[in-house]
Design a protein around this ligand. Structure first.
Ligand code: FAD
Length: 466
């Protein structure tokens, strides 16, 4: 109700607030439109206002006021999430953390930054100070915030060496503000981190994060060409298992995606060529070239031998990988979409490739997952209907492949299809009124929901369209 919003706003004092509907709408969306399903469901969603705290004290004041007046609060970093995570389903306030940008402390081993610090800026500082960089980052490195990554991301460039955010040890500590009458500022460490990380901000606002560092390198971008996607995925697995070659990124992508969608790299790639996108440490390049020739791959591009002009013109290799592959595809052909999958081994992956062919051009990201090298997948899907999309998901599941459905806005349905008791218990403590990012945690809204029913969950508090 508008009355609540006015009272909420009065209690914010001089904290910057935006209520221009156009600007509020801009800050009420993320990259949900990758999904035709989420686009249909969430296109109309908007907040009443955007609050931009300048300090941690401002965050405390905002959450106290929200609690007092029962106003929903949806945190936002850079808004690059893909599942409507940062969209305010019940309206209220978007809490824009982009103003908290400081790197608070760093050593050769760790860095602590405020939630709104941009990932690439953090690495710039730690590289200059210590020759060190973060273990991994999403391909949205140049825009995404560390708070948004911890709250909504999974892993990315570097995950071939270090696994992902879900792996214990990849986040050292978090500073979190609760949403209570008197918000508390908690320093969270150890296993408690798992209660708050990847919770979409439903159970506390992260204001600082501390993560481990590793040695920084002038990574070399490499594109390798193969005659078939089967050859490309076999090479990707084999090179991922070479423990002596330091690679930060390995992504096999099926033809014709590289040629058709990597427009600025097109002159290097034949239309029928499948490509493995890589980033290698400079000292690994000699070994990588020999290994590639041995595996019958073709060196299409390496940034350490590129012309000045190409270096200026071309995006970095990581902006061809992860969900940038999909983004480049959407720019060329807006009718495509994608899935998030995981294949247990090369044989299963090849079976799925054979079953779906060019309806689902394969794109894998090689990652370490609980100590094993696995094929995670972000395959392109040539979208026809929502029913067929569900069928493609079923084909994966029937063949023993995991699907993390990117066409759902809840934590559970986008993840392992079960609720997380630790996250739920922490929400009871940290957000007793249930006003942080409403509608994203099914366990809170509807504890009896049957995940085995196969039905999509619908949030009853979702703003109605029009
Ligand atoms: P936002 O989108 O603003 O927020 C993400 C979630 O966290 C939302 O639920 C939001 O409410 C919550 N949140 C934000 N800040 C806070 C806070 N301070 N406290 C509590 N909750 C908060 N993801 C990957 O993991 N790996 C990838 O490689 C990857 N590649 C991508 C490529 C493209 C082209 C796109 C569009 C997306 C990609 N993503 C990837 C998803 C997304 O970019 C990342 O997860 C990114 O780290 C999110 O950061 P953000 O600052 O944009 O967060």
């Amino acid at each position: 109700a508008p009355l609540d919003i006015d009272a909420f706003r009065r209690d914010l004092g001089d904290i910057p607030v935006e209520d221009n509907p156009k600007l509020v709408l801009q800050k009420s969306r993320d990259f949900y439109w990758y999904s035709p399903v989420l686009k249909r469901q969430l296109d109309h969603v908007t907040a009443d206002l955007v609050v931009t705290p300048r300090t941690i004290d401002d965050v405390v004041t905002t959450l106290a006021s929200a609690h007092r007046h029962g106003v929903p609060v949806t945190p936002r970093g850079a808004g690059t999430g893909n599942y409507g995570q940062a969209m305010p389903l019940s309206g209220g306030a978007v809490l824009n953390l982009a103003g908290l940008t400081k790197v608070v402390a760093s050593s050769p081993m760790t860095v602590r930054a405020e939630a709104g610090a941009i990932l690439a800026r953090i690495d710039e500082e730690t590289r200059a100070a210590h020759g060190a960089e973060m273990r991994f980052h999403p391909s949205t490195y140049r825009t995404a915030t560390i708070g948004g990554f911890v709250a909504g991301g999974s892993g990315g460039v570097g995950s071939i060496r270090w696994g992902g955010l879900r792996n214990f040890g990849n986040i050292i500590s978090l500073k979190v503000v609760t949403c209570e009458a008197s918000p508390r500022i908690l320093d969270i460490e150890g296993t408690d981190i798992l209660k708050v990380a990847h919770a979409y901000g439903t159970n506390g606002i992260i204001v600082e994060a501390e993560v481990p560092l590793t040695a920084g390198y002038d990574w070399v971008d490499v594109l390798a060409g193969f005659d078939t996607i089967e050859d490309a995925v076999r090479f990707a697995r084999n090179v991922a298992l070479q423990d002596g070659m330091l690679l930060k990124e390995i992504a096999p992508i099926a033809a014709p995606v590289p040629h058709d969608y990597f427009v600025r790299h097109q002159k290097f790639i034949r239309k029928d060529q499948s490509v493995v996108v890589m980033m290698a440490a400079p000292q690994a390049m000699a070994a990588l070239s020999i290994f590639l020739a041995h595996e019958k791959g073709e060196m299409l591009y390496r940034s350490d031998a590129a012309s000045e002009e190409d270096l200026k013109r071309l995006p970095p290799a990581y902006e061809l990988a992860w969900n940038h592959t999909t983004l480049r595809g959407l720019k060329v052909d807006p009718s495509i979409t994608y899935l998030q999958t995981q294949y247990p081994d090369l044989e299963t992956l090849k079976k799925i490739i054979a079953l779906l062919g060019d309806e689902m051009p394969m794109h894998n990201e090689m990652i370490r997952f609980d100590g094993r090298v696995v094929f995670s997948g972000l395959p392109i899907v040539r979208f026809s209907t929502e029913e067929r999309l569900e069928e493609i998901i079923r084909i994966h599941e029937d063949n023993g492949c995991l699907v993390f459905n990117p066409h759902r806005y809840t934590l559970e349905e986008g993840g392992m299809k079960r609720s997380d008791p630790g996250q739920l218990a922490f929400k009871r403590e940290a957000d007793p009124k249930g006003i942080l990012n409403p509608g994203k945690m099914i366990a809170w809204e509807n504890p009896d929901f049957d995940f085995a029913s196969g039905k999509a969950w619908l949030f009853s508090g979702l703003q109605s369209a029009g």
